[in-house]
Design a protein around this ligand. Structure first.
Ligand code: MD3
Ligand code: FE
Length: 199
């Protein structure tokens, strides 16, 4: 990794422009098969980040709460995780399992993700791998409990982040994006792919 912050490993520039474009094409196919939606929080307010998934399970949230589901809210199974994305997992995760969920987060201008832990998965021994595409995103890294001092870094298109071991349960979030910072996505915005073993 080019950077290690509180156990979070960051590979800056892990994907070159050609690899980013190829992956973006694959994600376009995923989004065509499983359209982005605005998950409803249990409080009844839609999230500002739009989402979809690929893999055996996808992350959904509605008035009855959030959970992993084998189907999109439209009732269809999720598309397969693209090989270009699986290759990154193989290269950096150190896991001998395959990811079961590729969550696709799409940030348009003003979208953000509040500080949270990823704790809906059965095995915290399995890492989470994140791939950033498009506009820069300000990633905030906190602690194992809510609150306390935090550190922030800008994630750029092509950066890969791995949360394993202790870091797996750290509070984290995306404060903002930098609109117009990347020309990768035709209409602008930031895409983040997170790979997880769920069961
Ligand atoms: C640190 N997504 O989908 S990815 C999420 O950029 C999520 O869309 C952010 O947090 C995004 O849950 C951040 C980086 C990330 C993902 C999972 C983590 C960092 C993490 C799990 C533990 C610690
Ligand atoms: Fe998260």
């Amino acid at each position: 990794p080019t950077l290690k912050i509180r156990g979070v490993r960051v590979w800056q520039g892990r994907l070159d422009r050609a690899a980013q474009k190829a992956m973006l094409d694959d994600i376009r196919d995923v989004v065509a098969a499983a359209p982005l939606f605005s998950p409803m929080t249990p409080y009844g307010k839609p999230m500002s980040v739009r989402m979809t998934s690929a893999g055996r399970f996808g992350w959904v949230s509605d008035r009855s709460g959030y959970r992993y589901s084998p189907t999109h809210p439209n009732g269809q199974p999720w598309p397969k995780i693209p090989a270009s994305v699986l290759d990154v997992w193989q290269a950096v995760s150190g896991s001998d399992r395959e990811p079961e969920c590729c969550l696709v987060n799409f940030y348009r201008d003003g979208a953000r993700m509040g500080m949270h832990q990823d704790r809906d998965e059965a095995d915290f021994g399995e890492p989470v791998v994140s791939i950033s595409l498009g506009d820069d995103g300000m990633f905030r890294i906190g602690n194992l409990t809510r609150g306390g001092k935090t550190e922030s870094i800008w994630l750029q298109s092509g950066d890969v982040v791995v949360m394993g071991g202790e870091a797996r349960k750290i509070y984290h979030g995306i404060d903002k994006t930098r609109p117009g910072s990347s020309s990768l996505l035709e209409g602008g915005g930031r895409l983040n792919l997170t790979l997880r073993v769920v069961t």
